[in-house]
Write a protein that binds this ligand. Structure first.
Ligand SMILES: [Zn+2]
Ligand SMILES: [Zn+2]
Length: 386
C-alpha cells in the first residue's frame, strides 16, 4: 500500500526555491546563498555546513538528470540513490564548478579554508513522501512510515574511534587542516592554502576507526515510526518532525524530517481547498419532474431533493460535508454538480409519447429522414423559418 521508503534531502528547500523553479531562478538563489555562507565571508562552522548543502543542492538542481531523480523522490547524492554520489569520480562528494563559485562572487577570491573543520557537524534534513487517501487527509490518520536514515553509532557514541583509542594530530598539516603552497609566478609569489588531503581538513586522523561505523560516528539503518497526520491536511503540505532526520557526521545533531503529503485522487470527489465536488447524472425525466437522491459523502449518507425543472449543470450544495478545516473548526462544503441524461434510444412507443408531449407544449420537432432532412431543417432554423 505505502511506498514512502525513499528518503531524499530537500534540495529545493535548501535553495529556497519552488519545485517548478526555472534554471535561472535556481542559479540566482544559489548565488545569493553562496555569497552569504561562503567560508571566506562567514567563518561560522554552521555556515560551512550550510555552504556545503547549498553547493550540493545546486549541483543536483542545475543538472537536468539529477534534478529528475529528485523530482521522482530519489536522492542522486545518496549512496545507491541513482547517481554518482560521494565515492564516485573524485570521491570528494558534492562539487560545484569553480566558475559557479567565482560567478557568485563576481570575481572575488575563492578557495582558502580557515583552520581545521570540526568532525562533529549537524545532520541533514530529509524529506519523505507520504501517499494518503482523501479520507485520511480529511480526517487525519496515524501513518506508519519507514525511513532509511543515519543514526548515532552506539559502539563509539559518535566519536568514530575504536574503544580505548583516540584521535591523532595529523602529521601532514600539523593539525591545521590545511597545507600552504608557495608558487612563483610572473605576478610574484602566490601563497595558496588547500584542505589537507591526509586528514580531509579535520586536522586529526583516526588511527583506529570504530569497527561499526568506520569512523563516521553514525550508521545507516531503517527506522519505523508513526506520524500523526492532523485532519484537513492538503496535498503538498509538509509536516516537520524535529530531529528525526539524519544524524550528522561525528554524531552531530540530527536534522529534521519533513513528511510531504501526497493525496491520491479520489474516484468520486475532487477537492478544491476544503470543498469537495462530484458529478451526479439524473435522467431527463427526473430532472423535469424532480427526484430525491441519496449522496454518499466521505462520512455519511445524505438525502437531497432535485427540484422539478432542474437544468443541466445545476449545483446542489451540502453545507459542512466537505473536508474539516486544518485550522479552526468547521468543514468545507460538498457540491453536487448535476448532469442531465437525454435518452439515446427510444422505442416506437416512447418516441410517439415524446412527440405528443412536444406537440402539447407547442414545440416543433423536425422529422429526421434518411436523406439528411435533419440538416435541411437545421438550415431553416438558422434562417429563422423553424
Ligand atoms: Zn562507531
Ligand atoms: Zn592534515
Amino acid at each position: 500500500m505505502r511506498t514512502p521508503n525513499a528518503v531524499a534531502r530537500d534540495y529545493y528547500g535548501i535553495l529556497g526555491v519552488s519545485r517548478d523553479a526555472s534554471d535561472d531562478e535556481i542559479k540566482r538563489a544559489y548565488r545569493k546563498l553562496a555569497r552569504q555562507f561562503h567560508p571566506d565571508v562567514n567563518p561560522d562552522p554552521e555556515a560551512q555546513e550550510k555552504f556545503k548543502d547549498i553547493n550540493a543542492a545546486y549541483e543536483v538542481l542545475s543538472d537536468d538528470r539529477k534534478r529528475q531523480i529528485v523530482d521522482l523522490g530519489g536522492d542522486p547524492l545518496a549512496p545507491g540513490g541513482g547517481g554518482a554520489g560521494p565515492g564516485g569520480p573524485g570521491g570528494a562528494g558534492p562539487f560545484v564548478g569553480f566558475q559557479d563559485i567565482m560567478d557568485a562572487f563576481f570575481g572575488g577570491a575563492a578557495g582558502g579554508s580557515r583552520g581545521p573543520r570540526p568532525r562533529t557537524r549537524p545532520g541533514a534534513d530529509a524529506i519523505l513522501r507520504l501517499e494518503l487517501d482523501l479520507n485520511e487527509t480529511a480526517f487525519g490518520v496515524e501513518a506508519p512510515i519507514t525511513v532509511d536514515t543515519a543514526v548515532l553509532c552506539t559502539t563509539c557514541s559518535g566519536a568514530g574511534t575504536a574503544a580505548g583509542t583516540h584521535l591523532a594530530t595529523c602529521e601532514a598539516c600539523g593539525g591545521r587542516g590545511e597545507v600552504q603552497s608557495v608558487q612563483r609566478t610572473f605576478l610574484g609569489q602566490v601563497v595558496s592554502a588547500r584542505p589537507c588531503t591526509v586528514c580531509q581538513g579535520y586536522g586529526t586522523t583516526i588511527p583506529h576507526p570504530c569497527p561499526t561505523c568506520a569512523g563516521d560516528g553514525r550508521v545507516r539503518t531503517r527506522r519505523s515510526l508513526t506520524v500523526k497526520i492532523p485532519a484537513g491536511v492538503e496535498d503538498g503540505m509538509r509536516i516537520r518532525l524535529a530531529q528525526q532526520g539524519e544524524v550528522g557526521p561525528g554524531g552531530g545533531t540530527a536534522g529534521d524530517l519533513y513528511v510531504e503529503i501526497h493525496e491520491r485522487p479520489h474516484d468520486v470527489y475532487s477537492r478544491k481547498g476544503d470543498d469537495l465536488h462530484c458529478r451526479v447524472t439524473v435522467p431527463m425525466t427526473a430532472a423535469a419532474l424532480g427526484t430525491r437522491l441519496t449522496i454518499k459523502t466521505l462520512d455519511s449518507e445524505e438525502t437531497v431533493d432535485v427540484k422539478p425543472g432542474t437544468q443541466p449543470g445545476s449545483t446542489l450544495r451540502l453545507r459542512a460535508r466537505g473536508v474539516p478545516h486544518l485550522r479552526g473548526t468547521g468543514r468545507g462544503d460538498l457540491y453536487v454538480h448535476l448532469d442531465v441524461r437525454t435518452p439515446t434510444k427510444l422505442d416506437a412507443d416512447q418516441e410517439r409519447m415524446l412527440r405528443d408531449f412536444a406537440k402539447t407544449r407547442g414545440e416543433e420537432v423536425a422529422e429526421l429522414t434518411k436523406q439528411g432532412g435533419f440538416f435541411s431543417r437545421m438550415r431553416d432554423a438558422f434562417n429563422g423559418h423553424a
